[in-house]
Design a protein. Structure first.
Length: 322
């Protein structure tokens, strides 16, 4: 019996080179798990957890307003081909989410990372995302503690989908979590170098609602109204008054929302205008990663508010090999 089993095993080993030389069979063997995501930070986080075993397609172009993004017809095929769809959730990508539910395969799961990370009682509402409109602030990924939870959720669900590569997903996630932990600690150190009276944020788009309480800062104001238009004259006057009263040294624009109003506000309030903070757009290579985006943000923010950005000097912003 053992001899027969050995002969069968040898037979299949002999066939293996032929199997791999056949383009169709080799393509099947090499097929990667298809993951569809939305905004660039989420796409990059997923890629660093999945590594070489997944193919990730982000359908929201880098630097695009994710709140108003509408999927295009070609996105239907992308969503239909997905083995898993991963979105931020908390109502950030509603048009994409609604389309995905209509066109995806029945067995394809949709992960809403924000909804799985925070209880509804912990959702933030603010000027740009008022409670009466029913849509919470969705920008959890600027809080690194929450991103660590994102990574764990992605890992666990990739393993359920593709258990054969469980060890790889676990190893990738462990390495990524170690990088995120160092980033989290470095952000705390950066903020500690900022004079306490300057640990205040005025931004155009209110992306830092989950960032600020984590790292000991206060969001004084967000300029952009909840309908994503430009603020009216009375709103501008009110914000200028707030900045003067709180003596904020710098205010921050957005890479996605260029605004002449911010320059006017800064000039009238006697504050510097910095237009280089990012929440959706990754920096250029070699730091083209979510971690690279956050490190760049902290250098910009820390220096503008009177701190020392040397705290970011040793952050590893590299991506895992895809």
């Amino acid at each position: 019996m053992k001899l027969a089993t050995l002969r069968i095993a040898k037979f299949f080993l002999c066939l293996l080179p032929l199997f791999l030389q056949n383009p169709i069979l080799a393509a099947i063997a090499d097929k990667k798990t298809e993951i569809v995501t939305t905004v660039s930070p989420i796409t990059n986080i997923v890629q660093n957890v999945g590594g070489k075993h997944i193919k990730v397609t982000g359908i929201v172009p880098d630097g695009t307003d994710s709140h108003t993004f509408e999927p295009i017809p070609s996105d239907v095929k992308i969503l239909q081909a997905a083995d898993m769809i991963i979105v931020n959730g908390l109502d950030l990508e509603l048009p994409t989410l609604n389309l995905a539910k209509k066109v995806k395969r029945p067995e394809t799961p949709i992960l809403q990372l924000g909804n799985l990370t925070l209880k509804e009682a912990d959702w933030q509402y603010d000027f740009s995302f008022p409670r009466e409109h029913g849509h919470p602030n969705p920008h959890l990924w600027l809080n690194i503690e929450l991103v660590m939870r994102y990574a764990e959720i992605i890992r666990d669900n990739l393993i359920m989908l593709d258990v054969a590569n469980k060890v790889s997903y676990q190893e990738n996630t462990a390495a990524y979590l170690a990088k995120l932990k160092k980033l989290d600690q470095a952000i705390f150190k950066c903020v500690e170098t900022i004079p306490e009276k300057n640990r205040k944020l005025v931004t155009y788009h209110d992306s830092f609602a989950y960032f600020a309480p984590r790292y000991g800062m206060i969001v004084i104001a967000a300029v952009q109204p909840s309908d994503f238009s430009e603020p009216g004259p009375q709103e501008v006057i009110s914000i200028i008054k707030q900045i003067r009263e709180t003596d904020v040294p710098a205010i921050f624009g957005s890479e996605v929302f260029p605004s002449k109003v911010m320059k006017q506000i800064a000039r009238e309030a006697n504050a510097r205008f910095i237009d280089q903070l990012a929440d959706d757009e990754l920096p250029a290579a070699p730091n083209n990663s979510f971690i690279g985006m956050m490190a760049s943000n902290m250098v910009t923010m820390t220096e503008a508010l009177g701190g020392n950005s040397a705290c970011m000097a040793n952050i590893d912003a590299s991506n895992i090999a895809f």
